[in-house]
Design a binder for this molecule. Structure first.
Ligand SMILES: NC(=O)C1=CN([C@@H]2O[C@H](COP(=O)(O)OP(=O)(O)OC[C@H]3O[C@@H](n4cnc5c(N)ncnc54)[C@H](OP(=O)(O)O)[C@@H]3O)[C@@H](O)[C@H]2O)C=CC1
Ligand SMILES: CC(=O)N[C@@H](CCC(=O)OP(=O)(O)O)C(=O)O
Length: 340
C-alpha cells in the first residue's frame, strides 16, 4: 500500500511520517506542503533522517492521485477541495475538522462557513465505530481533545453510570496549536506558565465531544470544556467529571472501566491508585486512564493522558486506516512511550 501525505511539513504530517517509517504495510509516497513546497522534508522535519532528501511537492490532485491512501494534515477548510478530486479507490484520512461533525448548525456556530459534510469518525474505541471504519473509504480523524475526553468518559456513559452533564478541564502541549506562528504562543510567554483559553463554551471541540457521548447516554450530553495551554511540546491531560447516578458504587464504576478497556489494545486502565501523566504516553498510541468515585461530591472523576500528536492525531489516523485497509488494527503503532 502506498500513502501520500499532504501537509508533510507540519506537526501532524511529521508525526504521520515518523510512525509510517516503522509501518510494515504502508510505503511512503508523495509528500506535499503549502508555502514550503519546493524545499526538502529535511528542512522541516530534521528528526526524520531517512526522508531528509525527499522533495515537498505542491498540494495538488495530480501529486496525490495514484496512491492507495492519502493522509490530509492540512489546515481546516482545505480538505473538501482535495477530496473531491480523488476517486473512491483512494482511502482518504483527514486529520482536519472539516468532516467530523454531523450537525451543520454546530459546524456553522463553531467554525463558521458552509459545512463540507460528514465522514465516518476515526475513533475505533467508540462503541459501534470499529465496524463502520472497516467499510470506510473516507475517515474524519477526531480532534485531539475530543479523543481524550471521549476515551475517558465513554465507559461511564456506555454503562449508564453518569448524568449527561460533563465538566472537562484539559491541558495541552503547544504542538496542538500547529506550527504556524501565533501571537499567544511565543516561547517566552508559554514557558513557565499554564493558562486557560477558549473558556465559556466557545471551544470548537465542544460539539464534537457532545456528539460522541450523546448516543451512548441516549439523551443529549452537555459538556462544559475549559482547555489550557501547558509549557510542554506534546501531551494532553484531561480531567472529566459528571454527576454519578444514584446508588453508584466505586466497585461498579471500576468494573465498568475494566470491561470497556480490557480488549482495547490502546486503552490502558492504570492500577487503582495510579493516576495518568502525559509522560506515560509520549510518542505512544496509548491512552492512560484512571477513574474514581468522589462520594462526597457525588461525581465520577475520570482522568486521561494521551500524546496529542500520536493517539490524538497521527496514530489514531493510522489505527483507523489499518481497519479500512483490512490490516491488523495495531500494525505499526507504538504501545510504548518515551521516558523519562
Ligand atoms: N497538532 C495537533 O495536535 C493536531 C492537529 N490536527 C489537525 O491536523 C491538521 C494539521 O495540523 P498541524 O500539523 O498541527 O498544523 P501545522 O500548521 O503544523 O501544519 C500545516 C500543514 O499544512 C500545510 N498547509 C498550510 N496551508 C496550506 C495550503 N493552503 N495548501 C496546502 N498545504 C497547506 C503546511 O505547509 P507549509 O509548511 O508549506 O505551510 C503544513 O504542512 C489540522 O487540520 C489540525 O486541525 C488534529 C488533531 C491534533
Ligand atoms: C493547544 C491548542 O491550541 N490546541 C488546539 C486544538 C488541537 C487541534 O489540533 O485540534 P483540531 O484538529 O480541531 O485543529 C486548539 O485548542 O485549537
Amino acid at each position: 500500500m502506498k500513502a501520500a501525505i499532504a501537509g508533510a511539513s507540519g506537526y501532524a504530517g511529521g508525526e504521520l511520517l515518523r510512525l509510517l517509517l516503522s509501518h510494515p504495510g504502508i510505503e511512503i509516497g508523495a509528500l506535499t506542503a503549502g508555502s514550503n513546497a519546493g524545499s526538502t522534508l529535511g528542512a522541516h522535519q530534521p528528526h526524520l533522517a531517512p526522508l531528509a532528501d525527499r522533495p515537498l511537492l505542491a498540494t495538488t490532485p495530480e501529486h496525490l492521485r495514484g496512491h492507495d491512501l492519502v493522509f490530509l494534515a492540512l489546515p481546516h477548510g482545505q480538505s473538501a477541495a482535495v477530496a473531491e478530486e480523488l476517486g473512491d479507490d483512494t482511502l482518504i484520512v483527514d486529520c482536519g475538522a472539516d468532516f467530523r461533525l454531523a450537525d451543520p448548525a454546530a459546524w456553522e456556530h463553531f467554525y463558521g462557513g458552509a459545512h463540507a459534510g460528514t465522514w465516518p469518525y476515526g475513533l475505533p474505541e467508540l462503541p459501534g465505530q470499529r465496524e463502520k471504519l472497516r467499510a470506510a473509504r473516507r475517515i474524519a480523524v477526531p480532534g485531539c481533545y475530543p479523543t481524550s475526553v471521549t476515551l475517558a468518559m465513554f465507559p461511564a456513559f456506555a454503562a449508564g453510570l453518569v448524568e449527561p452533564d460533563v465538566v472537562v478541564v484539559a491541558a495541552s502541549g503547544t504542538s496542538g496549536a500547529g506550527r504556524a506562528p501565533k501571537p499567544n504562543l511565543l516561547g517566552s510567554e508559554v514557558m513557565g506558565s499554564v493558562g486557560a483559553y477558549g473558556v465559556g463554551g466557545v471551544h470548537r471541540h465542544t460539539p464534537e465531544m457532545e456528539q460522541n457521548l450523546s448516543p451512548l447516554a441516549g439523551e443529549p450530553v452537555t459538556v462544559s470544556f475549559t482547555p489550557m495551554l501547558a509549557p510542554m511540546s506534546r501531551g494532553i491531560l484531561a480531567t472529566c467529571t459528571a454527576p454519578a447516578k444514584p446508588g453508584l458504587t466505586a466497585k461498579a464504576l471500576r468494573e465498568a472501566y475494566e470491561i470497556a478497556t480490557k480488549d482495547e489494545p490502546f486503552l490502558r486502565l492504570l492500577p487503582e491508585g495510579q493516576w495518568p501523566a502525559t509522560s506515560m504516553t509520549l510518542g505512544a498510541n496509548t491512552a492512560a486512564l484512571q477513574v474514581a468515585l468522589d462520594e462526597r461530591a457525588g461525581r465520577v472523576v475520570a482522568v486521561v493522558a494521551i500524546d496529542n500528536l500520536t493517539k490524538g492525531t497521527a496514530g489514531g489516523a493510522i489505527q483507523s486506516a489499518n481497519l479500512a485497509l483490512g490490516l491488523p488494527e495495531e500494525l505499526g503503532l507504538p504501545l510504548n512511550g518515551v521516558a523519562p
